[in-house]
Write a protein that binds this ligand. Sequence first.
Ligand code: MN
Length: 273
Amino acid sequence: MALEKYRAKRNFKESPEPAGDAKVVAERARAAKGAKPRFFCVQKHLASHLHYDFRLEHNGVLLSWAVPKGPSLDPSTKRLAMMVEDHPIEYGTFEGVIPSGYGAGIVMLWDRGTWTPEVDDVEAALKKGDLKFTLDGYKLKGSWVLVRTKGKWAGGGDRSWLLIKHRDDWAGEVDITDFAPLSVKSKGDFADILAEANPDIWISHRPAQGGEAGALFEKIIQRALEMRGEPKDEPKGSMGSMGSGGSKGSRGTRSVGSKGSAKSSKGSVSGKR
Ligand code: MN
């Protein structure tokens, strides 16, 4: 039941995303009773807009929030988090390319680990709109809170929350999205994930689809290239301040070079800017 919305939005013949198994939902829901650590992950998602999908395991599914600017370790920086449909547990390790349809773009497993509620009753906390919890991931650790904003953000309805770091040893001023931009699964950046999933895209310099979907994907490919080691004095375009790190230096350019024709594609992207 919890995954109906998730499934309705997707065509699993076209998308590599998992459909979610009802048995897994039931098993995990049973196993997760009580306050022991549960799975959490953050997926960095380069779609029409870059965002970070923050997911907490609860009742056999992943409660999910889309965080446009990503998490901040600075307790004074509150990050808008739009609650979205529950995702299957199996989604939590997904990384790859969604070639078309809902969420088309590149998904990177940006952080993963466990979360522990700091309250006895998660259901009640969600209903109240104030969920305190501890994270133990590779990048995100310590105490956090998700607070619902009661329609403070235009158009958000009751889906808009704020993700806020509590003051503790794991808080700090470092911009974690910039400092640690890469995958915890493959160690790669978006361009690496794209190359891994579909080398043809690199060889042909353009996606297989034409029309609007093709144009969107072309933009996403360009963005993936821009996000790795572009000269720092270049304008960051619509990226604003977020996620512009990419992988700088020799590591970032190595795999582009090894893709042959992709290198000239990178050149032409930089040339236009
Ligand atoms: Mn997303």
